[in-house]
Design a protein around this ligand. Structure first.
Ligand code: BTN
Length: 331
């Protein structure tokens, strides 16, 4: 109900909405409207009230609470259920527990800070308080486990689109799923899966986006290699708005994947990587390899043509561009 009241107040930003019309639209008493307004004020929303005019939203807190996200959310499934935490170990870990206990598809776990944020290849993910988007979403796709990487690719495409729409920034994808601006890492995706033979039980897709991290606040080892939307645009970005857009883009693409398949999404993903035909160095469990990228397979592996004419398929690793290309910062 708080989210519904907020949604109406946001639709009328700058003007008053009467208690009477709120109570009529939401089919609750005026006393109940007042109770919810008080609760919103306690949560940090500044709401003016005038005896004959009603309520006017003056400012919203910078928080990713369920009401902040839901009050502008246009999805029908993704983010309809949100578990919000000030602090967690890792939203992926919490999401896996919730998924195993039967949480429905589209459930979002989101936190203001993570004490043990996880990245790919066993790395840590720096997740300071109140400045980024650290969220995990539970999906239960009707796909073979080998096709699970398609969901990570889809998430990267959704994030590129959402960041462009909300912050106006053009983002590149570095295989497999790092999001970069001018060679610096802005966001990462870490997918975990529970599966049986031929069947996905659930996927947890974790995404971290550096939104309002000031460069000065970054740890020394990240100052050169990482960036944030605030650093790139010179202004603070609306985190809740970005979560809303990300979930909307993801839901659209998820629907497209289930109805039309992966081909078009793959093409869009490829257009953001500009990788095909370029010489790269890949650091993987197999060691270091150099070669020309000839393709990305349907299950997300990088296919390299080596100088000796042989081909290598690489499932996990880090890529840097070689030759006259600039080298991407590696994490
Ligand atoms: C990477 O680039 O290695 C992936 C980073 C993924 C970080 C996100 S933040 C939300 C979710 N919870 C985690 O512990 N990790 C992911």
């Amino acid at each position: 109900m708080k989210a519904a009241i907020l949604k109406i107040l946001k639709e009328h930003t700058g003007s008053y909405v009467s208690g009477e019309s709120l109570s009529a639209r939401l089919a609750i008493s005026r006393a109940a409207v007042w109770k919810h307004i008080q609760a919103l004020r306690r949560a940090g929303y500044e709401i003016d009230s005038q005896p004959h005019a009603g309520y006017r939203l003056r400012s919203v807190p910078d928080a990713l609470t369920p009401e902040a996200i839901k009050s502008g959310l246009q999805t029908t499934c993704f983010g309809q259920e949100i578990h919000y935490y000030h602090e967690v170990s890792s939203t992926n870990t919490v999401a896996k527990t919730a998924a195993a206990a039967g949480a429905p598809e589209g459930t979002v776990i989101i936190a203001e800070t993570q004490q043990a944020g996880k990245g790919r290849l066993g790395r840590a993910w720096y997740s300071p308080a109140d400045s980024g988007i650290w969220l995990s979403i539970i999906l239960r796709p009707r796909l073979e486990p080998r096709d699970a990487p398609q969901l990570t690719f889809l998430t990267a495409v959704a994030a590129v689109r959402a960041i462009k729409e909300v912050a106006g920034c053009t983002v590149q994808i570095k295989w497999p799923n790092d999001l970069l601006i001018a060679g610096r890492k802005l966001a990462g995706i870490f997918t975990e899966m529970s599966s049986e033979l031929g069947l996905i039980n659930y996927l947890v897709i974790g995404i971290g986006i550096n939104v309002n991290l000031a460069t000065a606040a970054l740890p020394a080892d990240l100052k050169e290699t990482a960036t944030s939307l605030q650093r790139e645009t010179g202004q603070k970005q609306d985190r809740a708005r970005l979560v809303q857009q990300l979930l909307l883009e993801m839901e659209h693409l998820y629907h497209e994947l289930q109805t039309e398949g992966f081909a078009r999404i793959r093409e869009e993903w490829l257009s953001y990587t500009q990788l095909i035909g370029r010489w790269v160095k890949v650091t993987s469990l197999k060691g270091e390899l150099e070669g020309k990228v000839v393709d990305i397979s349907a299950d997300g592996a990088l296919i390299l043509a080596l100088a000796d004419g042989t081909r290598q398929t690489i499932v996990a690793g880090d890529v840097s561009l070689r030759g006259r290309d600039r080298t991407y910062g590696l994490f």
